[in-house]
Design a protein. Sequence first.
Length: 295
Amino acid sequence: MIEPVIDAHHHIWRLAATPWLQGPPVPRIFGAYEPLRRDYGIDEYLADIAGAGVVRSVFVQVNVAPGGEVEEVAWVQSVADRAGFPHAVTGFADLASPDVGDVLDREMAVANLRAVRQQIHWHERPLYRFAPRPDVMNDPAWRRGLREVERRGLHFELQVFAGQMADAAALVRDFPGVTFILLHAGMLADRSADGWTAWRRGMDALAACPNVAVKLSGLGTFDRACSEDRWRPVIVETVDRFGADRCLFGSNFPIEKLWTDYATLLATVRRCIAHLPEAGRRAVLHDTARRLYRL
């Protein structure tokens, strides 16, 4: 039996609304992105997933121009109303902003809004760095914003490196009423012995928190390749720690399109979870995402 698929992490965009695609190319965590410096619309996404068995999808924000986050989720909803995809939306909000509650209220006018992402990952390597410092999540103003997310029953999509996971585990313990979805299987950027140890320690701490789920997405980011040999240990160890009912598949398309196609990516993930029983495979590919995003 081939399990139906929910793609819990994909992007569509309009070039005019996506600052990092505009102007001269600048170094990015995922490398050269010239092939993506154009509109990536829903019709192209639907063509990419054709024949893959994808029955639902979740849009994740793409860092539109400052102040455009409400317009972004409204536009995605209009796409969904027209095309039938995507079925849930993760929007952006700056949780440290004093008007975050108002922004969230305006975003919640979108029927498909389910979660918020603010990228707070920080790394010693500037190329991998997004947040201005590693401990943004400890700032009282930022935490007040997270409380606004909690009050509205939204999930928070958590993007951190291993070096931030101790603080992240403390955060999720302090907010037991929030469901956190850890992105990209914890972003294993360092595959040295010390890097694996740090990632495993951090993942153990997060797995001990029942309000954390993990998205198996973005696995090609640091290798810039789709590789079963490289992805398998990350996927197997993540599912072992969290259980299949707290893990979910995400394509991270079109970013992963820089080095693979959708069919190859999905087939690779299927091989990496082939050891699981049918119920486990279905959870990773469909059921966990359906439950978390109320699809």
